[in-house]
Design a binder for this molecule. Sequence first.
Ligand code: 1CP
Length: 357
Amino acid sequence: MEFPKLTNDLFIRSCKGELVERVPVWIMRQAGRYLPEFKEVRADTDFFGVCKTPELACKVTLQPIDRYPGLDASIIFSDILVVPQAMGLEVQMIPGKGPHFPQPLKTPEEMSRLIYPVDVHSSLKYVFEAITLTRHRLGGRVPLIGFTGAPWTLMAYCIEGGGISGGNLNAAKGWLYNHKEASHKLLRMLTDVCIDYLVGQIEAGAQAIQVFDSWAGELSPHLFYEFAQPYLLEIAEKVRAKHPNIPLILFAKGANHALESLAANSVYDVLGIDWTIDPTQARLITEKYKKTLQGNLDPAVLYCPKEIVDEQVEKMIQGFGIQRYIANLGHGMQPQHNPDSANNFINSIHKFGKEKK
Ligand code: 1CP
């Protein structure tokens, strides 16, 4: 496919560990409910309606890029839960509450309800079309990131049925303890779909990939090493084998205990971290593996005045350094954030993200 030439490749270079003149920045959930222009689109169309209409998904992907020229990457507007949908589970998005599965998987026997294998080129075609359209409309301004949820995080939603934040994941973890074999079977299915889905996104035009393991931190180390890490490594290896040049990012939120193991054993180019680990320590742990790190400002900082944002960002960049570092929050923008706060963050990164002369 022919696309406009990329004019800002800072993010891609940093992913690959190449020399950069300043720290690239993007923000998880940079499109979304904190933006009035997004709420306007959502006023007329329900959440998955936006995801499934390439014109609209493209439009909201570009909203933060148009509003904040300082961003160095875009991420396609979609949701991790389109994968369980493609596997036949109904997912609704309840305004103000979040995702809801009317019929989550209650027992291993209920896995028979799942569609598998999944032909991603038919059931997730709308994502691929949105990616291709967005690549054109970006006009090469910044690269476009594609993404998937990680198998464990997706499994957690399929079983819990949504509303995970604030919960304890007892049902999903119950499977890991009581139904080991069924858990591996479900994770196997999800992994296979994720791999095809990511390869499809790259072939549609995604220039980098991020795997979101948002609930990795809920697992004890031994559960993480048995049920999360092997599938995360496999995804990266298989996607890399097909598309060796596409940067791969893993955000295993809260799994700080696994940072060294992920750095040592995975082919991800970039490891994302949240604010519960100090940048200097994360650097120390991963140094010999030459990974790029991404993160990790506490989103709570964005509620503070810009002087405080500056102070915290400067400290963060001092810890990470300029090279092999991509600035981001340690998790996503929140609906209550003021749009100006994203601007403060981006400006601070531009201000402090250069080598001192
Ligand atoms: O710019 C962007 O990043 C927008 C694209 C995007 C992405 C990358 C959305 C839009 N969702 C996601 C990923 C996603 N979805 C994750 C991984 C990242 C993370 O941890 O935040 C997760 C866990 C979900 C599941 C999900 N979808 C939640 C969390 C629910 C919970 O259990 O805490 C919610 C609230 C959604 C809905 C959603 N997804 C995206 C938006 C803008 C919204 C708000 C819905 C609305 O408009 O009504």
